[in-house]
Design a protein around this ligand. Sequence first.
Ligand code: NAP
Length: 260
Amino acid sequence: MEISLKDRVALVTGGARGIGAATARAFAQAGACVEIWDLDTEAGERLAGALADEHDVLVGFQRVDVSDRGVVDAAVASILERHGAIDVLINNAGIVRDAQLLKVKNGELVRKMAEEDFDKVIDVNLKGVFNCAQAVAEGMIARKRGRIVNASSVVGLYGNFGQTNYVATKAGVIGMTRVWARELGRYGITVNAVAPGFIATEMVRSMPERVLERMVKATPVGRLGTPEDIARAYLFLASDAASFINGAVLSVDGGVVLGT
Ligand code: NAP
């Protein structure tokens, strides 16, 4: 199925690298005008320039920290001023700061996850999604049309060792997705989540080899996912083909089964 996003304006947060960059590329290929937000200005500007040349569409970059409400509001206003609308929001920006809750070391109980690492991950992965959805949905309601797709994770469904903060956000994203599907559906806006399995981006490649091997072993299709695997799911959910899908969590994980 050929998916077209011609004449649509799509905003991809965390779009300079990894899954976000593959998504920006897939959307530009489908004819959308793409706005990329990220913290990495050099990578973001380079990608925006390359995609505009390759696909003959408008591609913009803004350095936006999604956890900063003031910056998010101003950046949304700037897109609306330039393009008049945001049709698609891909809430993709996310970070990890892994540590166990507690650990017994030499017979002593030690607190491992630092409070600042808990707060930081909540700020970006959960509050960032809230900030962007609230700012973008205002215009979508006025136009009675929109697509919001949020990045959850397989670990948001099943939990994962050493990821208290991250799992809290990815489970929270599923909760917010289901609330907004109910609240915004009446305005022609659909809100869905994608739950990727283990995808070969820097976030995952930086993990120890033995952990990567365990991930592949737990994935029935026998490989890590690619950023493009997830980009295609975002593209489908952002398209007219998905107009009756609302409040769904689409697992894109090669059938991964998580153990203890
Ligand atoms: P990635 O390669 O680390 O890329 C994430 C991008 O988001 C980076 O360019 C990063 O910029 C940017 N970013 C970080 N904090 C930001 C902020 N406050 N505001 C704006 N941008 C920010 O990650 P990924 O693997 O592509 O993951 C993308 C999404 O999928 C995340 O939400 C992640 O949780 C989710 N996910 C990934 C996997 C996986 O296996 N990779 C699995 C399940 C879910 P800097 O690098 O400059 O910080």
